[in-house]
Design a protein around this ligand. Structure first.
Ligand SMILES: [Fe+2]
Ligand SMILES: [Fe+2]
Length: 210
């Protein structure tokens, strides 16, 4: 897809949290680097919504579905964390660390980094609870419900903090040239991501089944 096509798509989208003008500049001819990240938030919200439904089913006494948990965890780890948090931490936050930001913005960025760590840790606990459930360990279902509930509560709050607060604020520190370079780096990251992901999958398979 050409960048020109992507610009058209972005300019036509309606966002629930902030006006589209905060994603594209006023001449509507340039995508802000936070634009792709906000698009990704919408997909994360959809999976979190499915997890919420599944958690409520378990709260009513339903049996956990290990295959669903593996799917949800795979999405969180690969898409929400490696691909999405990866671009936030390794591109956006990386560049802003060398900027003299307002105290509030600096504080929020540090909170977001800690929250990413928390999400990784909690996702790991959900995997452990699922494995314990498969092995028949007592209390595993309660831990699955607890960890799913924590992730379902966490992600909308984290996303709102970025969409409404940090992302708009962060764009004030970049000039147009820096925005364009950051955007190109994000596209490059995404272009390479599928190859990095499947290389890791093959290497993991080789290690497990040699
Ligand atoms: Fe984030
Ligand atoms: Fe995010």
């Amino acid at each position: 897809m050409k960048i020109e096509t992507i610009k058209c798509i972005f300019s036509g989208l309606a966002y629930p949290y902030i006006p589209v003008l905060t994603i594209v500049n006023r001449r509507c001819d340039m995508v802000k680097p936070v634009g792709p990240l906000m698009i990704e938030h919408r997909l994360i919200e959809r999976m979190i919504s499915v997890m919420d439904n599944e958690m409520k089913r378990l709260e009513k006494g339903g049996e956990p579905d290990p295959a669903f948990i593996e799917t949800a965890v795979g999405f969180i780890r690969n898409y929400a964390d490696r691909c999405h948090h990866g671009k936030e931490e390794d591109i956006l936050f990386r560049d802003l660390k060398s900027v003299d930001m307002r105290e509030h913005d600096d504080k929020v960025m540090k909170e977001l980094i800690v929250e990413h760590e928390w999400a990784r840790d909690t996702t790991g606990k959900l995997v452990k609870a699922k494995e314990d459930y498969v092995r028949g360990v007592d209390g595993a279902v309660d831990r699955i419900i607890k960890m799913m509930g924590e992730l379902v509560t966490f992600y909308p709050q984290h996303i709102e903090k970025e969409d409404k607060d940090f992302f708009p604020a962060s764009m004030q520190y970049l000039d147009e040239q820096e925005e364009q370079e950051m955007l190109e780096e994000e596209y490059e990251f995404d272009k390479n991501f599928i190859h990095v992901l499947y290389k890791d999958i093959v290497e993991d398979a080789e290690n497990r089944f040699k």
